[in-house]
Design a protein around this ligand. Structure first.
Ligand SMILES: [Zn+2]
Length: 223
């Protein structure tokens, strides 16, 4: 199969030709569809009544799977009603497991950039980080570039009022991913918009993101 587009974070399960999707399976996960690449973790919205031990053991079961690309989405969300201490405890479990298994983390972060940076510093985290649905500014990009961070952009790029296109232009080529998340857009729409913003041909953008995927996972995609 020829892969053109990589969707680094989606909740949709349908397969499309030309697209490699990293399907997010939110915990708790009962079974994993065959032959997919996936990420899996505990989203901060859905952890309130789950004991920490359950969270850790469920992750330990799933992380060794060969097709798990990243641990998450997990993260911190200040707009969520989930108790803050619980959020940081659960996020720390993901972070420690990412270290232990040497797997990338895929992160949901809302209004908690400095808290996230604080934890990465405190843990001296050297692993790979994907900030999914990135909507931060240039200063936040700079701070996260001190870590091994990738920035994934999605449907917000299609919003004509958004300032994100200016932020996107300053992301180093080797640090970029694109995603659909839960949006009704196709990943090709996001690629086309990104290629217009960056003023580069779509083919070059596809190549760029394939290279980034190889750096992230060690998986090369055959033409
Ligand atoms: Zn998501």
């Amino acid at each position: 199969m020829m892969i053109s587009f990589i969707d680094i974070h989606t909740h949709k399960h349908e397969r499309q030709t030309n697209v490699l999707s990293i399907i997010n399976l939110s915990q708790p996960v009962s079974d994993i569809p065959e032959n997919i690449f996936f990420s899996s973790g505990w989203h901060p919205w859905y952890i309130e009544n789950i004991p920490l031990l359950t969270i850790e053991s469920s992750l330990r079961k799933i992380i060794p799977q060969r097709n798990l690309i990243a641990i998450g989405e997990c993260g911190l969300d200040k707009s969520s009603t989930t108790q803050w201490q619980k959020q940081t405890d659960v996020f720390s479990i993901h972070l420690h497991l990412a270290k232990e298994y040497n797997k990338p983390l895929i992160i949901h972060c809302v209004k908690a950039w400095s808290d996230l940076l604080y934890l990465f510093k405190k843990e001296n985290f050297k692993g790979k980080i994907i900030l999914h649905g990135f909507n931060g500014n240039d200063q936040i990009v700079d701070k996260f570039l001190k870590f091994n961070t990738y920035f994934s952009f999605g449907k917000l790029l299609l919003n004509p009022e958004s300032k994100l296109p200016c932020v996107l232009k300053n992301i180093p080529a080797e640090r970029l991913f694109l995603e659909t998340d839960e949006a009704d857009y196709s990943i090709s729409d996001i690629y086309l918009r990104t290629s217009a913003i960056l003023d580069i041909p779509v083919d070059n953008l596809c190549e760029m993101i394939k290279n980034n995927f190889f750096e992230l996972t060690g998986y090369g995609l055959v033409e």
